[in-house]
Design a protein around this ligand. Structure first.
Ligand SMILES: [Zn+2]
Length: 210
């Protein structure tokens, strides 16, 4: 768990949005290997074990299909997610996580794997999260997200976690979620761009001079 990623994580319990407080019992480079993330609002604590932070409260999620890592697919994913530099971080969810190690070898962008196959450990450059349903990430925190079609709630949270102008990659045939503009589609993938969020009306306060 990359220490700088902690700022982008949010407690999944429904309450006012809050950052999490990290305490590490073992660090390697700038990664928390073992420790906890605590929520100052609801006092929930999430364990970090072997670089994996576990937000799960409900039953175990089904594993993604055990696809073999593929260098061509990893290269394509780097291009689709537009990972041209090391700024920010990109998120791979479910079956996309099989490409994380090859992708990490190709790009400098820090990666977050959400719900990778059992036994996956975090490592420098690849932070690992396990969670129920929605992604525990702040609004607009990620530069790009590749997500399985899975549940509409999870896809909607992936859109929310993507910054305006950031890329969203979905499996081919997936319906286009709200809040994105389709860039390209083939049998295998749908590539979209997060639209700028509509900003709420601004209230103007007029200060009168006395
Ligand atoms: Zn909380």
């Amino acid at each position: 768990m990359f220490i700088e990623l902690v700022d982008a994580l949010r407690c999944p319990v429904p309450h006012e949005e809050s950052w999490l407080v990290a305490s590490a019992t073992r660090m390697e480079f700038r990664h928390i290997v073992d420790g906890t993330l605590g929520c100052p609002v609801c006092r929930a604590e999430y364990a970090v074990t072997r670089g994996v932070v576990d937000f799960r409260r409900a039953a175990h999620r089904p594993l993604p299909p055990d696809l073999p890592p593929d260098e061509t697919e990893a290269t394509r994913l780097a291009a689709l997610l537009d990972l041209t530099d090391r700024t920010g971080f990109a998120v791979l969810v479910g079956s996309w996580t099989v490409h994380a190690p090859l992708l990490r070898a190709l790009v400098e962008t820090p990666l977050v794997s959400v719900d990778p196959p059992d036994g996956t450990e975090g490592e420098p450059g690849i932070s690992v999260i396990r969670c129920d349903g929605e992604l525990p990430l702040a609004e607009g925190a990620a530069r790009g997200v590749a997500v399985d079609a899975d549940t509409p709630a999870r896809v909607a949270s992936a859109v929310r976690a993507t910054r305006a102008g950031g890329r969203l990659v979905l499996p081919g045939g997936a319906a286009l979620p709200v809040g994105v503009r389709e860039l390209a589609r083939d049998a295998a993938v749908v590539v979209a761009e997060r639209e700028a969020a509509a900003s709420p009306p601004v209230t103007l306060h007029v200060r009168r001079r006395s």
